[in-house]
Design a protein around this ligand. Structure first.
Ligand code: PLP
Ligand code: SF4
Length: 345
């Protein structure tokens, strides 16, 4: 495991939590009082994509329940070793949209930067589970190269910091990056796609919120929450700090079999998000990534589910059901099947 030098007290808190994340499946099974056979299955799957879950997230998992919806997001499973046809290692063809190391320019006007290869948590369904992060994160040289690319592409109005998890980066480095981006006069918006405020709420430090509050760019932060149980008091407080920093909050979820593929769960999620000042944005169909086929519920069931959700909620609380398609110029929406609408079964 990577060690990060101890920082000034106070600052190190989230970094220490990151360092102390559980990565040993046997320890996880013990910590959550899961039956022994699970550990055996875990070991094989964890060998291809490691387990990683910090304590702050573990605290929201019910001990002794192998079906806990948060546990299922992080627990290595034997089914991951299945290789059904059509599930591949680079489902989005990002290899082709990669002009420079750490830069993905796939959609007009927006540029995605892979700021950090690391994540605070390893999500089993992640489409980036096979992504060559080692070769692709922004070191200081490739950061300069990304800035040169941005200077040439004056049609880009929005930079998206992504990863891995961009907030796995220190506040100091992040602040320096934002300084550089603010000097590009054609940029209007800065968006951060992150799961860290959910996984380790202490990541939302005063230094981070102050930097966001004082940016000349419009700041947005897209959280990644799949289930209402992920939102506890600490998460609510972290989101409130972000909202108070003049950062607009959106959420994206991934539709996952056995985790959030029920109208009642998606409804409580949207309501809980709204209570925290977060607007539901996207509900992603699973990308067909090798090792995650068992989470896929299919197009038809997804469209029916979101149709039923739309019948329960105001329109602004219904996330847009989308999939990413290699070659498409935007994320591709799938129409919800609204109960009672003509042409709907
Ligand atoms: C999703 C994504 C974006 C942002 O798309 P929006 O529809 O604006 O949220 C930009 N670049 C890449 C590579 C993406 O995958
Ligand atoms: S990139 Fe996001 S979804 Fe993938 S493992 Fe990291 S936090 Fe989870």
């Amino acid at each position: 495991m990577q060690t990060i030098p101890a920082q000034q007290s106070g600052v190190c808190c989230w970094q220490q939590q990151l360092r102390e994340a559980i990565t040993d499946p046997v320890r996880l099974a013990e910590r959550l009082q899961l039956p022994a056979p699970w550990a055996q299955q875990m070991l094989a799957a964890a060998a291809s994509f490691p387990l990683r879950v910090p304590e702050a997230y573990l605290q929201r998992i019910k001990p002794g329940d192998p079906q806990d919806p948060l546990l299922l997001q992080v627990l290595p499973q034997a089914q991951e070793l299945d290789r059904p046809a059509g599930y591949v290692t680079d489902p989005l063809g990002e290899g082709d949209a990669n002009p420079h190391q750490g830069v993905i320019h796939k959609y007009r006007g927006r540029l995605l930067l892979i700021v950090s290869g690391g994540c605070a948590i390893n999500c089993r369904y992640c489409f980036r589970r096979h992504f060559p992060y080692g070769d692709n994160q922004l070191g200081s040289e490739s950061w300069q190269q990304a800035l040169r690319y941005l200077r040439k592409h004056t049609d880009v109005e929005e930079v998206i910091l992504s990863g891995g998890d961009p907030l796995a980066t220190s506040d100091q480095r992040l602040g320096a990056m934002i300084d550089d981006l603010e000097r590009l006069s054609h940029l209007k918006r800065l968006r951060i796609h992150t799961r860290l405020p959910i996984v380790i709420p202490d990541r939302v430090t005063p230094a981070l919120t102050q930097r966001l509050a004082h940016s000349r760019l419009h700041t947005l932060l897209v959280t990644h929450i799949n289930h209402p149980n992920e939102i506890d008091g600490e998460v609510r407080a972290a989101l409130a700090r972000l909202a108070a920093s003049n950062t607009r909050l959106l959420n994206q979820s991934v539709l996952l079999k056995g985790i959030n593929d029920k109208v009642s769960i998606l409804k409580s999620l949207s309501e809980a998000l709204f209570d925290c000042g977060v607007m539901p944005y996207y509900l992603h169909l699973m990308d067909p990534v090798a090792g995650a086929a068992h989470f896929d519920i299919g197009d038809q069931a997804s469209r029916e589910l979101v149709g039923k959700l739309a019948a329960e909620l105001p329109g602004y609380l219904v996330p847009q059901l989308v999939r990413e398609q290699a070659g498409a110029e935007a994320k591709v929406p799938l129409a919800p099947l609204i109960p009672g609408a003509s042409g709907t079964p």
